[in-house]
Design a protein around this ligand. Sequence first.
Ligand SMILES: Nc1nc2c(ncn2[C@@H]2O[C@H](COP(=O)(O)OP(=O)(O)O)[C@@H](O)[C@H]2O)c(=O)[nH]1
Ligand SMILES: [Mg+2]
Length: 333
Amino acid sequence: MAGSEATPRRADPAALVERMLGGDRLALARLITHLENRSAAVPAIMQAIHARGRDAYVVGVTGPPGAGKSTVVDRLTALLRAEDETVGIVAVDPSSPFSGGAVLGDRIRMQAHALDPGVFIRSMATRGSLGGLARATGEVAKLLGAAGYRWVLVETVGVGQTELDIMKIADTTVVVLVPESGDAIQTMKAGLMEVADVFVVNKADRAGAPALMAELKFAAHLHASSTASRRDVEWETPVLSLQAQHGVGVPELLTDVRRHRAALEASGAFAARRRERVRAELEALLVDAFRGRVDRALHAGRVKAVFDEVVAGARDPYSAAAAILPVISLEPS
Ligand SMILES: Nc1nc2c(ncn2[C@@H]2O[C@H](COP(=O)(O)OP(=O)(O)O)[C@@H](O)[C@H]2O)c(=O)[nH]1
Ligand SMILES: [Mg+2]
């Protein structure tokens, strides 16, 4: 078969990881594609990069479409690069079936950074489940850390539950709002308060910005005092005024992100949260593996027979579940 010599090497995840660690951007892009597509190589990739142990600091940037998230990410990247920090950017669009489509405009705007070896930009869209997208995004952030990027900026579109789930992978989450986003805020307020470490009111040149800032400050203060006793870090979400397009307020934003990082590290919350994330990741993998076994078992053999009995009303679901559990175990079958 033509090209058969090259194929094994290209497909070998360990070889791709080696190339990526040597600074090969194409290898990094291919590895991300594996993660995005949830290919069979994912476990081998994650195992190969695990030993590297380098983690990036992950900053999530979320908010409604058009709020200025990409502009904020672009400006933050410029500031970080001026300090010689390296930056990986992941733009996640759960609504787009095509990777890249929805963020084409961003790509064009990001062109200056795209030529910079200290910046890696990638857009991701959903393949299958949205839970899968959150997992893939977390793994891509790890991969970028292993590749040597010190900061990972994750942009997600929207303020729905999916975006909030994706934001769980971030160490610091920046929520970008604009005076026009009033309605979205009202419906998502509780969720936003939970997830936001820094609020940004962008397009502060527009009418309504001061009122929105006052409202957010009040809500952030209430939230901080009502949750004070059960929080792992002393932190009241600041509310910043920005004109991202002109870079106004962006240095202050970076300062607050770093202040939040310092607060997390000082309180021990940073390490505790990362441990909790790893625990949750393992649990999710096990639950998925078990669900896969259950699904397969439903369609054949003894287990299918028990299901059929329950469906026919010949047996109750509780005794059936108790009978099936020992059959479907996590031991190799
Ligand atoms: N008036 C005004 N427009 C801005 C500001 N920041 C960004 N924009 C514009 O808002 C539009 C949407 O920005 P973008 O960063 O793509 O938003 P995203 O969809 O949240 O990523 C673009 O045309 C930006 O140039 C700002 O501070 N003031
Ligand atoms: Mg954008």
